[in-house]
Design a protein around this ligand. Structure first.
Ligand SMILES: NC(=O)c1ccc[n+]([C@@H]2O[C@H](COP(=O)([O-])OP(=O)(O)OC[C@H]3O[C@@H](n4cnc5c(N)ncnc54)[C@H](O)[C@@H]3O)[C@@H](O)[C@H]2O)c1
Length: 336
C-alpha cells in the first residue's frame, strides 16, 4: 500500500474502536470505490473478514488489488441489485452507487436501482443474519436546502423529476427503506448523510471526475481548471480519513439506528478551492468557466451537532492539509 494512504490508515485506526470490527464478517458493497476501499483497508488491518462486493462500474480493482490474497479478504464482482449469495455477515456497509452527477445522469436507471433494489438486497441479507447495515446516503438527499447549516431534521427540497432525481430520490428511497426494515423487522440500520469527501483514490477522470481530484489532475497537467458557472457555489469538503472515521464510528456505535450528517462545517466556494489547488502546483494553470449545470446546487453545509453528540466525531483535517496530501498522492501516482 502507498505510504500516504498507509499513514492515513494508521490515523483512522487510532480514532476508532477497532475491537468493534475484530473477527467480524463485514460485507462492503461498492468496496473497490473511493470510500469503500478505504473502509476495506481499515477492516483488513483490524482483523475483519471482508467481502468486497463491486461491479466495477465506477470503482477500479486497483484500489483493493493489494488486499488480494490477504487473510479474510474476498473480492466478488457482482451487481448489488441482483446479489443472490447468502454469506454469514455481521455488518454491511452499503456504498454501491454511482455518485458523480455527470456519470449518474448517463446511467439514471442503474443509479436509482443501486439505492433502491440494491438497498433491499442488502437489508434482506441483514435480516437473514441479524446484521447491522450502514447505508451511505448523501447531502443530496436534502436537494436544494434553504437552511444552513443543514440539520438532519431538515426534510429536504427535491424535485422528483429533476436532472439529479435518480440520485437524490434514490438516496431518499434508500433511507425510507432502511427505516421500513427497522420498523417492521427491527433491523439495526444506520444512515450516514455524507457531504463531499475527497482524498487519495477519488476518481478524477472524465465523467467519473469529482471536483477536488479533477482540479488536482488538471493542475498537474498544466491545464485550466474547469469551473461551472461563476464558481461562487459552495461545498463543504471533508478529508477522507475524517469521513471514513465517521462511517466506522457510526457502524461501531452500539446505540441502535440513527441518521447522521458526516461532513465538514467549513463551507468553501468552488472558485476559492480552485485558487488553493492552483497554488499547490507550479504548472501555472488558469480557470476555464463552463455553464452552470441544470439542477446543480448553490450551497452545502452540514450541521454536525448530532455526530459530535452521538459519536464524539468531528473532522480533524483542515482543507489546506487535506488538499496538500491529496495533491501529493496524485502527483506520485502520475509519476509512477
Ligand atoms: N464521496 C463522497 O463525497 C460522497 C458523498 C455523498 C455520498 N456518497 C456515497 O458514498 C458511496 C460511495 O461513494 P464513493 O465516493 O466511494 O464513490 P465510488 O464511485 O468511488 O464508489 C462506488 C462504488 O460502487 C460500485 N457500484 C456502483 N453501482 C454498483 C452496483 N449496482 N453494484 C455493485 N457495485 C456498484 C462502483 O463500481 C464503485 O466501486 C456512494 O453510495 C455515494 O453515493 C459519497
Amino acid at each position: 500500500m502507498d505510504a500516504i494512504i498507509k499513514g492515513d490508515i494508521e490515523q483512522i485506526k487510532k480514532s476508532i474502536d477497532t475491537e468493534a470490527f475484530r473477527e467480524k464478517s463485514v460485507l462492503v458493497s461498492g468496496g473497490s470505490g473511493f470510500l469503500g476501499s478505504w473502509i476495506c483497508d481499515v477492516l483488513s488491518e483490524v482483523g475483519s473478514k471482508i467481502i468486497c462486493l463491486d461491479n466495477l462500474s465506477t470503482g477500479v480493482f486497483e484500489n483493493v488489488d493489494h488486499l488480494k490474497g490477504t487473510k479474510g479478504f474476498e473480492f466478488e464482482k457482482a451487481d448489488v441489485c441482483s446479489y443472490s449469495r447468502n454469506p454469514r455477515v455481521d455488518m454491511i456497509f452499503h456504498l454501491a452507487s454511482r455518485p458523480a452527477p455527470e456519470d449518474y445522469q448517463k446511467h439514471p436507471v442503474e443509479t436509482a436501482l443501486a439505492n433502491s433494489e440494491g438497498t433491499k438486497q442488502m437489508l434482506e441479507l441483514a435480516r437473514k443474519h441479524d446484521a447491522r447495515v450502514l447505508f451511505a446516503s448523501s447531502s443530496e438527499a436534502y436537494g436544494d436546502p434553504e437552511v444552513f447549516p443543514t440539520p438532519e431534521s431538515y426534510e429536504g427540497r427535491v424535485n422528483p423529476l429533476g436532472p439529479r432525481s435518480c440520485y437524490e430520490e434514490g438516496k431518499r428511497f434508500g433511507e425510507a427503506l432502511c427505516k421500513a426494515y427497522h420498523d417492521q423487522y427491527e433491523i439495526d440500520v444506520k444512515i450516514a448523510r455524507i457531504f463531499n469527501s475527497y482524498g487519495p483514490r477519488l476518481r478524477a477522470e472524465g465523467f467519473y471526475g469529482r471536483v477536488v481530484s479533477r482540479f488536482i489532475l488538471q493542475s498537474l497537467k498544466g491545464e485550466d481548471l474547469t469551473v461551472f458557472g461563476d464558481g461562487l457555489q459552495t461545498r463543504s469538503f471533508c478529508y477522507v480519513t475524517d469521513t471514513v472515521t465517521g462511517l466506522l464510528a457510526q457502524m461501531g456505535n452500539e446505540a441502535r439506528s440513527d441518521v447522521l450528517n458526516l461532513g465538514s462545517e467549513d463551507e468553501t466556494r468552488i472558485i476559492d478551492l480552485a485558487g488553493k489547488v492552483i497554488q499547490l502546483s507550479p504548472a501555472g494553470s488558469g480557470l476555464k468557466h463552463l455553464p452552470f449545470p441544470p439542477g446543480d446546487h448553490l450551497r452545502r453545509q452540514p450541521d454536525i451537532t448530532n455526530a459530535r453528540k452521538v459519536l464524539g466525531w468531528e473532522p480533524k483535517v483542515g482543507l489546506d492539509q487535506g488538499l496538500s496530501r491529496t495533491a501529493k498522492w496524485f502527483g506520485k501516482k502520475r509519476d509512477q
